[in-house]
Design a protein around this ligand. Structure first.
Ligand code: SAH
Length: 240
């Protein structure tokens, strides 16, 4: 088997800006594209004695921005998992947090419950399929090492929030709002791969300040904290 195409720990990160502090801290090196038809990029290295791979969604050359969201999340997760067959698959990234749930900017969460908040299909069975309420395994050693809070992550395709979604978040006690995790969980379940999410809060959904301003201002601080959380998680994972 090609050595490049194996990994003990695979970490999927949507944005390049989220991945960069992790790549630097773990001294990973670029190894090229995940697939010649996609912009998704790979970085690899030996960290704490194990092979670690980061896969990003890559830059969309047509719209000149990173390919955030569930479509890229799904295809990247599927191809990367098929290629790397990791022992553990982590989705690391930023999220919106909730002051009403006790969140502060820079908090690290390791949610074990995942939902979609903007997929509404009022038909029997399809309604539950659309929300896709799933609980994943907990990894207490990783949680402790990363100093991560428990929580529920809800995924949708928008950065802003509708009135309906605010009610949904309150009813489901959502702690993390993102644009990828629930889609990635679905792939991890299909490919029977142990999964964990590490999310850092860049903005507060229930705060009067605009989410996009908060995101831009806090990105560097938050992703630096995320990188250290991932490093601590990798250390414990290696020891396991
Ligand atoms: N505007 C940013 C990029 C988009 S932010 C930039 O200039 O680079 C959206 C990304 O951050 C998504 O990948 C999502 O998972 C995460 N995210 C952070 N806060 C979020 C929030 N409040 N709602 C939804 N996604 C959020």
């Amino acid at each position: 088997m090609n050595d490049r195409n194996t990994s003990d720990l695979l970490i999927q990160v949507a944005l390049h800006a989220e991945a960069l502090p992790i790549i630097r801290l773990l001294s990973l090196h670029p190894i090229g594209r995940l697939d010649s038809n996609l912009p998704s990029e790979l970085w690899q290295g030996s960290v704490h004695g194990h092979r670690i791979t980061i896969v990003t969604h890559g830059r969309d050359c047509e719209f000149d921005c990173d390919r955030i969201g569930t479509e890229s999340a799904t295809i990247v997760a599927f191809l990367a998992l098929r290629m790397m067959r990791p022992k553990l698959f982590i989705n690391a990234g930023t999220c919106g947090g909730f002051a009403t749930q006790g969140a502060a900017i820079g908090d690290i969460y390791m949610p074990t419950r995942f939902l979609f908040h903007d997929q509404r299909v009022a038909l029997p069975k399809f309604d539950a399929f659309a929300v896709a309420d799933r609980t994943t395994s907990d990894f207490p050693a990783i949680r402790a090492a990363a100093n991560a809070k428990h929580g529920t992550c809800s995924t949708g395709s928008s950065l802003d929030t509708t009135v309906h979604e605010i009610a949904f978040f309150a009813a489901e006690s959502v702690t993390c709002k993102d644009m990828e995790a629930a889609a990635i969980v679905r792939v991890a379940v299909d490919l029977e791969t142990p999964f964990a999410a590490l999310k850092v809060v860049t903005d507060l959904v229930d705060h009067r300040q605009a989410v996009q301003e908060s995101f831009q201002r806090n990105l560097e601080f938050a992703t630096d904290r995320l990188a250290h959380a991932v490093d601590h998680a990798a250390r414990v994972f290696s020891a396991a």
